[in-house]
Design a protein around this ligand. Structure first.
Ligand code: ATP
Length: 362
């Protein structure tokens, strides 16, 4: 199995040539966005069947989590909305994190590029953010020392392992090679976190030099990388980083190209893949209002189709979305427009119908 976004579909659940996909609508706008995606996949006649699992933030959902993991293991692929993580309960483990950890989805991949007609501060951004997705600050290892009478000291462990650093570094370079990208920038804070980030940086630098000498490589401290991103983002091609920096840098990058409703995010492991939105928002205050931008979810479904080898279906949806956003300027309020989510979806379906009709006549 190639670890760079192409799957060997023989291992996946297929019945009569159709793919079974686990769908986790999640909280907030997730369910309505998944409904839009389902209509689009039906319009394009994608050979996909949804297996729905309702995993939410409710506290007694241990069985639902198990069901979700079993379903993803069976189908190999999932499409997912974000599941809210309550932060008033210290023992509540993020369902999103637990899925990524238990399925070993070690790479998170976001492609951030400016889209014509969508307002952004910069033009010409085209970068891929590759983030380690299972360890680092997300290891969930926190405890209080001196807890009595009230907590005075908390220790929070950031776990960095050689195995995961090597895995994510090779993933980033192989991604760059496969997609014709020329440069990889490792982002770190090794000047302060000398051992943890030091290990990550050393491994990235060693692998870059010894295994991928044809790809340009540089390293940048995370605070400088944040500043460079907002002042001169065009310098970045592939960015490689540990978990928490990846979370923050991804949000900066999504903001640079137009906000949380536009970019999709892929969670990839050696055996399974989960497709969701890039910034992993729930958008709770927008739920049920027909206002959220469905672009990120639609692009997540396009990523999923490509992963499954359904290139032609993916291309038709992607072109129809582009024409709706750029040619017809159907923009939801988050990107300065006045259109409803459903109007963008209707336009995408209209372009899909036209394209399929055109192909039938040929
Ligand atoms: P909310 O503010 O919506 O109750 P929240 O505080 O958890 O939820 P997030 O879900 O993290 O916020 O979202 C951050 C911001 O991005 C919010 O202002 C949210 O409305 C907006 N947002 C998230 N997803 C979308 C989307 N698909 N389209 C438009 N705006 C979005």
């Amino acid at each position: 199995r190639s670890p760079v976004l192409q799957t060997n579909t023989q291992k996946l659940a297929r019945y009569g040539g159709r793919h079974n996909v686990t769908v986790l609508p999640g909280d907030g706008i997730g369910p309505e966005m998944i409904h839009h995606v389902e209509r689009i996949l039906t319009a394009v006649q994608a050979p996909i069947d949804f297996e729905l699992v309702n995993l939410t933030s409710k506290e007694d959902a241990a069985e639902d989590l198990e069901e979700a993991i079993t379903a993803i293991k069976r189908n190999g692929v999932a499409l997912k909305g974000n599941i809210e993580t309550k932060f008033d309960n210290p023992v509540f483990v993020s369902r999103n994190m637990e899925l990524r950890r238990q399925l070993n989805l070690y790479a998170n991949v976001l492609h951030c590029a400016t889209i014509p007609t969508i307002p952004s501060r910069h033009t010409g951004i085209d970068m891929v953010i590759i983030r380690e997705n299972t360890e680092g600050e997300y290891s969930g290892n926190e405890h209080e020392t001196c807890a009595s009478p009230a907590p005075r000291v908390v220790e929070s462990l950031k776990v960095i392992t050689r195995e995961k650093c090597e895995q994510i570094t090779r993933f980033a370079f192989q991604f760059a090679k496969k997609h014709g990208r020329r440069k990889v920038t490792a982002v770190h804070k090794a000047n302060i976190q000398k051992l943890g980030d030091g290990l990550f940086l050393k491994i990235a630098t060693d692998i870059a030099k010894s295994e991928y000498p044809d790809i340009e490589y540089n390293a940048m401290i995370v605070d400088n990388a944040s500043m460079q991103l907002v002042s001169r983002p065009q310098q970045f091609d592939v960015m490689l980083m540990p978990n928490l920096y990846g979370n923050i840098i991804s949000n900066i990058a999504c903001g640079l190209v137009g906000g949380p409703g536009l970019v999709s995010g892929m969670n990839i492991g050696d055996d399974y893949a989960v497709f969701e939105t890039g910034t992993r928002n729930t958008g709770t205050s927008l739920a049920g209002k027909d206002l959220a931008n469905p672009t990120a979810f639609i692009r997540a479904s396009v990523d999923m189709l490509r992963f499954l080898g359904l290139q032609s279906h993916a291309d038709i949806i992607s072109d129809s979305l582009f024409r709706s956003l750029v040619d017809k300027r159907i923009h939801t309020p988050d990107i300065g427009g006045t259109h409803k989510s459903s109007e963008l979806v209707a336009s995408v379906i209209e372009f899909i119908d036209k394209e399929l009709e055109h192909r039938n006549f040929q």
